[in-house]
Design a protein around this ligand. Structure first.
Ligand code: SF4
Length: 302
């Protein structure tokens, strides 16, 4: 029995032709017919290539797995009880629902005060994060949690100023930091994460020196997206700018044949990939020291 829905998913905009009769082993229709336009992942990837690896439509969605996990929390019945009181006077007039307090302190000197022990993890340059950021920043600040600005924000910002390979200014990064800071009242913090490209561009130095950030995050490897950070670029100019900034952009947007093909409409999007941060103790230690010397009070590791 397969726990995975093979060969078709709303996330890749694919489906089977014979939806009621699908081979559980391959996920293919029980009769794969000559002349099918190729609606499934196998069929679509035959003519769209590795594009089918990525959730669609790009920039408008966040996506989840359709796998049936053999055991999940719904298989347990948790019969809770509330007896006595902890952290508050054991008195019915004091141990009340609104008196619940989740405040905590973290960091090596316990200097980061949180109202709730929640971290909103690194959401980076994608539009789906950017479009909702003002509300996200305000919400996390009011809740007293931790907000993490993810990868590639400065480089993807069309308005950013980059000189000699270093970021001088990024209005998008400013907006993300200020969305939190404008509502900050002593609890929680805003963290700026960096991947390989951000580190080369000096994103954390910019955030600390110009935007008053004092908590930063380093990354080992890649978490949610095992293919590495990847976005689609609809404009040739942006593809060329990011290629020159040091990103891996496919196909090569400076190749005259590729430019001609793009202008003729042979393909409509470039892919921008970021590099994988390696797990190396010495370079990690050196970077932590460098960041502390530049003013980082707390350094997170993802
Ligand atoms: S290509 Fe074959 S398996 Fe895929 S949808 Fe068409 S008939 Fe089904």
């Amino acid at each position: 029995m397969s726990y995975t829905k093979l060969n078709r998913s709303a996330a890749t905009l694919t489906k089977n032709r014979t939806e009621g009769s699908v081979s559980p082993f391959s996920g293919m229709c029980v009769t794969c017919v000559d002349g099918c336009i190729g609606m499934c992942e196998i069929g679509k990837s035959a003519y769209r290539g590795h594009e089918v690896l990525y959730p669609q439509p790009f920039g408008l969605i966040t996506s989840a797995s359709e796998k049936d996990y053999p055991v999940d929390l719904s298989h347990f019945t948790i019969l809770g009880t509330a007896v006595g009181a902890h952290g508050v006077k054991a008195d019915p007039d004091h141990a009340t629902f609104p008196a619940v307090n989740l405040e905590t302190k973290i960091g090596r000197d316990k200097g980061l005060k949180l109202k709730v022990p929640f971290v909103v993890p690194g959401m980076g340059s994608t539009n789906v994060a950017k479009n909702s950021w003002p509300e996200l920043g305000a919400g996390v600040a009011l809740s007293g949690g931790i907000l993490t600005v993810g990868e590639n924000v400065c480089a993807m910002d069309n308005e950013s100023e980059i000189k000699d390979g270093r970021v001088l200014r990024s209005p998008d990064m400013e907006m993300r930091i200020n969305s939190f800071k404008n509502w900050y009242d002593g609890y929680g913090t805003v963290v700026v994460q960096a991947n390989v490209e951000d580190t080369r561009l000096g994103v954390q130095e910019y955030a600390m020196e110009k935007l008053g950030v004092d908590v930063v995050e380093l990354k080992w490897g890649q978490g949610a997206k095992d293919i590495g950070g990847e976005v689609k670029l609809k404009s040739l100019e942006k593809a060329q700018r990011l290629y020159k900034t040091g990103y891996i952009v496919l196909p090569n947007p400076t190749d005259p044949d590729v430019i001609k093909a793009f202008e003729k409409g042979a393909f409509k999007e470039f892919e921008r990939h970021s590099r994988l941060g390696m797990v190396e103790w010495e370079s990690f230690e050196a970077r932590v020291k460098e960041l502390r010397d530049r003013g980082a009070k707390y350094i997170f590791l993802k």
